[in-house]
Design a protein around this ligand. Structure first.
Ligand SMILES: C[S@@+](CC[C@H](N)C(=O)[O-])C[C@H]1O[C@@H](n2cnc3c(N)ncnc32)[C@H](O)[C@@H]1O
Ligand code: SF4
Length: 347
C-alpha cells in the first residue's frame, strides 16, 4: 500500500474523544460511531448505561490502534473532512499530558469516556429538505418522546462529558423530544457541559429562545442551516421552511451575544448565491460560515445527484461554478476550513 503523505506523523484525536449516537432502526443497525466516516464499523449499541462497553469495543480499539501506529487503517481517508487539518503527533503530545501517555503506552482501551457526544437519534423535523429526506418525519407518540427524553437525560450525565451536540439528524426544535429536553434542562446542574445546538432556525423564535433561559450559559454555539440567500432558492432547498419567519428569527438572534455559525450545503441550486450568502452572514452577525459539498444521503438518483454536484468537471455549469469560486476568493469571510474553503483557496 502507498504511504499517504497527509497522515505521516499526524494524529487524530476524534476516536479518543468523540461519540455519535444514531438510531439503529433507521441507520441499519448502527447506533454509535466516533466519526461519521466509519459507518461500517459501529462501536456497539449504547443505551445510556453501557458506555465503556461501547466506547472500548473491538472496533473502537481497532480505530485507535490505526491512529497510534500511524496507518489510519480503520479510517476512510477519502471521506474524512478533517484529514487536511490534523495536528502532528508532537503537537498533540506537547499540548496534553493525557495524550502523551496514550501515545507512549499505545493505549486503546480508555479510562476516560467521550468528551463530546453528538446525538443523531431522532430524525423528527419541521422541514423536508430534499438533500436530507423524501418525506416528513415527525415523532408524535408521547411514549416514544418520553423515552427519548429519558435517554438524553441519561446521556448528558456521562462522566467527563464536556460537549453535547443536538443534533445531526433531525432538528433541535422541530423534534418534540429535543425541544422539550432542552427546555427542561437545568443548565446550572451541568455547568461544565457546553451545548452545540443545530437547527434550521425556523422555530427558533424569540419566545422559543426565552424558553431556553436555563441553558443560555451552556450554549457554546448555535448552528443554523440556511442553504440559500434568496427566498426562491430557499424554498427549493429547505422544503417546508418559512423564509420570512427565518429572517425575523435571525434578526432577533443578532441582538443576542451568542456564537453562531451559518451552515450551507453547496449544490447546483445555490452556488451562484455564495457571495450573497456571505453578505447574509454579515447582515445577521454570524461568526462563521461552514460551506460543505452536498453528498447523497440516499434521497437522490444518480442522475439527480450528477445535476446537483456542480463542482464536477463534467457538469455543464462547471465553468460558471469556477467563476463563482474566483469571485469568492476576492471576498473576505470567516470560513470553517471546509472542503469548499479549500477549493476556493486552491483556485
Ligand atoms: C441533518 S441536519 C440536522 C440539523 C438541522 N436540522 C439543520 O438542518 O441544520 C445537519 C446538517 O446536514 C446538512 N445536510 C442535509 N442534507 C445533506 C446532504 N445531502 N449532504 C451534506 N449535508 C447535508 C444540513 O444542511 C445541516 O447543515
Ligand atoms: S432541516 Fe435539517 S434535519 Fe430537517 S430536513 Fe432539513 S437538513 Fe434534514
Amino acid at each position: 500500500m502507498q504511504p499517504n503523505k497527509e497522515i505521516k506523523n499526524k494524529f487524530c484525536t476524534a476516536p479518543f474523544v468523540n461519540l455519535e449516537l444514531k438510531n439503529p432502526n433507521v441507520w441499519s443497525g448502527i447506533s454509535s460511531l466516533v466519526c461519521c466516516y466509519t459507518p461500517h464499523k459501529p462501536l456497539g449499541d449504547y443505551d445510556g448505561t453501557n458506555l465503556y462497553d461501547v466506547w472500548n469495543s473491538k472496533n473502537a480499539q481497532e480505530l485507535r490502534q490505526g491512529i497510534l501506529d500511524g496507518s489510519f487503517s480503520a479510517c476512510d481517508l477519502d471521506k474524512c473532512q478533517i484529514i487536511h487539518d490534523l495536528p502532528t503527533i508532537k503537537q498533540v503530545q506537547d499540548t496534553s499530558y493525557y495524550y502523551k501517555q496514550v501515545i507512549q503506552h499505545n493505549i486503546t482501551v480508555l479510562m476516560r469516556g467521550p468528551e463530546e457526544i453528538q446525538d443523531s437519534y431522532d430524525l423528527s423535523c419541521n422541514l423536508t429538505c430534499p438533500s436530507c429526506r423524501t418525506e416528513k418525519i415527525m415523532d408524535k407518540d408521547p411514549e416514544k418522546i418520553r423515552q427519548q427524553k429519558e435517554r438524553l437525560h441519561r446521556i448528558i450525565r456521562t462522566p467527563g462529558l464536556k460537549r453535547f451536540v443536538i443534533t445531526g439528524s433531525g432538528d433541535a426544535f422541530g423534534s418534540k423530544a429535543y425541544r422539550e429536553f432542552l427546555e427542561e434542562l437545568d443548565g446550572n446542574k451541568f455547568n461544565k457541559i457546553k451545548l452545540e445546538i443545530r437547527t434550521n432556525g425556523v422555530l427558533l423564535t424569540k419566545k422559543q429562545w426565552n424558553k431556553l433561559a436555563r441553558i443560555h450559559n451552556n450554549i457554546e454555539i448555535l448552528v443554523i442551516s440556511v442553504d440559500a440567500a434568496t427566498e426562491k432558492t430557499y424554498n427549493i432547498v429547505r422544503r417546508g421552511g418559512n423564509w420570512t419567519l427565518l429572517l425575523k428569527n435571525l434578526r432577533y438572534l443578532k441582538t443576542l451575544d451568542i456564537n453562531t455559525r451559518l451552515d450551507i450545503v453547496v449544490q447546483q441550486h445555490n452556488y451562484k448565491e455564495l457571495p450573497k450568502i456571505v453578505k447574509l452572514a454579515e447582515r445577521y452577525n454570524f461568526n462563521n460560515i461552514n460551506f460543505t459539498l452536498l453528498t447523497n444521503w440516499g434521497t437522490f438518483t444518480e442522475k439527480q445527484l450528477a445535476h446537483l454536484q456542480v463542482w464536477k468537471p463534467e457538469h455543464p455549469e462547471y465553468n460558471n461554478f469556477i467563476k463563482v469560486l474566483k469571485k469568492m476568493k476576492t471576498i473576505e469571510y470567516s470560513g470553517a476550513n471546509s472542503d469548499v474553503d479549500d477549493m476556493i483557496a486552491s483556485i
